[in-house]
Design a protein around this ligand. Structure first.
Ligand code: HEM
Length: 461
């Protein structure tokens, strides 16, 4: 290991000539290895992989100072030739470079995704939560599949007014295929074209260009999932099969009668971005909730006691309007997001101008990541960080809640779906606690069957 002189780039593990830190980069659970590096080098660690500079931030202060206060130059995304450009995913918001089109898309989404605007969808979240729990009660072994269906259904209803089929829904099946294709396309180091971008210009008959065939197939799938529900919603605008209200018709009703090609493109991709951003993240978070309840029965009992009190007052199933009266369940939701953060390394940002931080030079083109997992498991902020303890948010509310906001990212790229995600998770959690007891499965003697649980590695766990 070495530490660089001030005025150079920040310190980090010693690189090798040409390949830099390639061999030291972790293959999985990167956040743990990066957390160890920050203990040695501080909260701004520098690595270089095949010439690509990467900085890993490991404190809220550093993340806010750079991605927040200097967000004008820290808000682009790294270039992914295979997953972003050739397959078309970079046309959606999450991978889009910082540009005027990005700003228009963000503005459009922001307007419709404020906590106030989202109240009109409360009923829909409540309905879908009941559908979810009825299915789970009939067959708990299909829990994960039903959670996926819930997350996908909510987002398709809110975005396009489309009601999913109970099984084998065409758009949900398609979106699963697209997400699987995206995971393969985004695998670090898997595609030569990510390291040597000009390979994309070789003709398709050239040996070694099979990636072009795959990219074309995945680009088609990507367009199918973005256009399919959009076209369905436009065609059904006046028919009873379209659930109202929904994002698309709300925006259309405020737009000029005839949309320009640019406006159409914006609408198509803003709806597609909602669909892509919302589904997998919610699945990951809700899975963490069910796991926590099975592992911490006392937390579950406390939450259910709180719920019983509130529900016996109005005698109905839980509703989103009950949220302010359920502070402990609010803390369960927060602890789910902290305990197993959905995106442990956030989503990478890209620096678009040279910068200087704490006397260190950061060059244009540097990829900046934040170790969200490490920040949310810092024992100084969250004592006994690996324990699931919702109470921590009740005692030390303000600071803990402010820190938790990093689970939704930073600056101009911070998650635009945060309020949506919270409503959708809160009501699913409250309905699950109301309708069932969550525990490990039991064997024939009634003894719990405990299994080791290991979270998948990747951008979304
Ligand atoms: C528990 C649930 C969720 C978590 C933890 C989460 C977290 C995140 C994070 C960390 C980012 C990247 C922020 C950054 O680059 O600094 C992000 C981006 C994004 N999220 Fe979420 N999200 C969740 C749910 C949702 C939902 C429900 C929607 C849609 C309704 C959504 C839509 C998006 C979009 C469109 C982006 C891309 C924003 C951009 O690149 O400018 N997310 N989310």
């Amino acid at each position: 290991y070495y530490a660089t002189k001030p005025r150079h780039h920040p310190p980090g593990p010693r690189p090798l000539p040409l390949i830099g830190n390639l061999l030291q980069m972790p293959k999985d659970h990167d956040w743990k290895v990066f957390g160890k590096w920050s203990k040695i080098f501080g909260d701004c660690v520098y690595v270089r992989v095949l010439g690509q500079p990467i900085v890993i931030l490991d404190s809220l202060t550093a993340a806010h100072e750079l991605l927040g206060q200097r967000s004008a130059i820290y808000s682009s995304r790294p270039r992914l030739v295979m997953a972003g450009e050739l397959t078309g995913f970079a046309q959606g918001l999450a991978l889009m470079p910082y540009s005027p089109r990005f700003q228009s898309l963000r503005r459009l989404l922001h307007r419709e995704l404020t906590a106030n605007m989202l109240q009109k969808y409360w009923r829909l979240h409540e309905d879908e939560s009941l559908i979810l729990m009825n299915k789970v009660l009939q067959d708990p072994t299909r829990l994960l599949e039903y959670i996926r269906h819930y997350a996908g259904s909510v987002i398709l209803r809110v975005t396009y007014g489309y009601q999913t089929a109970p099984e084998n829904d065409r758009f949900l099946l398609l979106s699963e295929k697209v997400m699987a294709a995206f995971s393969l396309a985004a695998r670090p180091g898997a595609w030569a074209v990510d390291m040597i971008p000009w390979l994309r210009y070789l003709p398709s008959w050239f040996p070694g260009t099979e990636f072009k065939r795959k990219a074309a197939k995945w680009a088609q799938l990507n367009m199918d999932v973005v256009e399919g529900p959009y076209i369905w919603a436009i065609e059904n605008q006046d028919s009873a099969s379209l659930i109202q209200p929904n994002f698309l018709t709300t925006v259309l009703s405020q737009s000029p009668a005839v949309l320009s090609a640019e406006e159409k493109d914006l609408l198509l991709w803003s709806s597609g971005s909602l669909f892509a951003g919302g589904a997998d993240t919610t699945v990951a978070a809700l899975s963490s909730f069910f796991l926590a309840m099975a592992l911490y029965p006392e937390v579950q009992a406390t939450a259910q006691a709180e719920l019983d009190k509130v529900i016996s007052a109005h005698g109905q199933v839980p509703q989103l309007s009950d949220r302010p009266s359920l502070p402990y369940i609010e803390c369960v939701l927060r602890e789910v997001l902290r305990w197993n953060p959905v995106t442990p390394l956030g989503v990478a940002h890209l620096l678009t101008e040279d910068d200087v931080y704490k006397g260190y030079n950061l060059a244009v083109g540097t990829i900046v990541m934040v170790n969200v997992w490490s920040i949310l498991h810092d024992p100084l902020s969250f004592p006994e960080p690996f324990e699931f303890r919702p109470e921590r948010f009740m005692i030390n509310d303000k600071k803990a809640v402010e820190t938790l906001a990093c689970a939704f990212g930073f600056g101009r790229r911070a998650c635009p779906g945060v309020h949506f995600a919270e409503s959708s998770m809160f009501i699913a959690i409250a309905t699950a606690l109301f309708q069932c007891k969550i525990s490990d499965p039991v064997d024939e003697q009634g003894e719990p069957i405990r299994r080791d649980v290991e979270y998948q590695t990747g951008t979304i766990r």
